[in-house]
Design a protein around this ligand. Sequence first.
Ligand code: SF4
Length: 358
Amino acid sequence: MDLRIKRKLTKEITIGQKKLGAGNPILVQSMTKTRFENLDLLKNEIMDLINAGCEIIRIAITDKNSISYISSLIKEGFFKEVPLVADVQFDSELAILALEAGADCVRINPGNIGGLKKTSEIIKKAKEKKACIRIGVNSGSIDKKILKKTQNDIRLAMVESTLEYVRFFERMQFYNFKISAKASSVMDSIYVYKTLSEKLDYPLHLGITEAGSRFEGAIKSTAGLAVLLYEGIGDTIRVSLTDDSIYEVKAGYYILNSLSIRNYGVNIISCPTCGRTKADLKAIASEIEKLTYSIKKSLKIAVMGCIVNGPGEAKEADIGIALGNKKAAIFIKGKILKRVEIKDLLYEFKNELEKLIN
Ligand code: SF4
């Protein structure tokens, strides 16, 4: 049985230095959570996202001050390699100013940005700046007229709104755009994205909105995104979590790696532990996770609670550890490299890992 995913071929668009759609890799994106007022923390967050492999960064633009902040971040070179999407709600002038400041893309919902006339001004500016637009339809902010027309059927209303905006963009002869149509319900999102994918060839940004905390949100997002991705739908993804943004990036890669769509970064295989585990594997696994989150090279790491099954499982892994009584073994491709005191395990593991990477 051939389980390989056949991706739908969408149109290619440009966002900053990246190409999206048309079989280009599905890009993982996130949105910053730090306010501009805490500029140093925001800069740290952006750098953490870039180190974690985030490929598109979105920032909320809330007022005119935000524009001067993004302008200086752009000038300082934060978005040289990773494009910046300015997220604007309600105020079309802010979208235009963000584009003038050098944002690679603006995310707008034509339904709440002041109608098609205001949207057309943003489109003109995007054309002039060779920037991209994300049409962001959201289940929580559908145009009331359309809701009435579809008798409050949220799925139909989301599809209808999106199609209306896409037709408008086409009439304006602007094609450098992608579409998101996120609902907080997984089944609504699947319906809307599947329908849009059948009707349109523009790149789709997948996500489940307001998905929840790290645990619930990751599960909910995976449930929705995996169904769509398996059908070949989606050109970029965001896992929305009520948690630090780097977890959104990690979750995004876990989903893509699990479906063999991307092969990015570290894949940690850790056992659930049982009565055979004689040390705190949970703490060790979490330390190893922290130690390895910024590694971009594809690497399988086994973190096993006992020597009984550890070596067998570690065979598949590039490097692994298995806990014994007072000592732990470090494996490379299933072969024991050394046995070390558990208290020295992380230090020794880090050394071996560095050797492996370099
Ligand atoms: S690897 Fe060992 S400790 Fe972990 S669940 Fe299996 S038997 Fe238990």
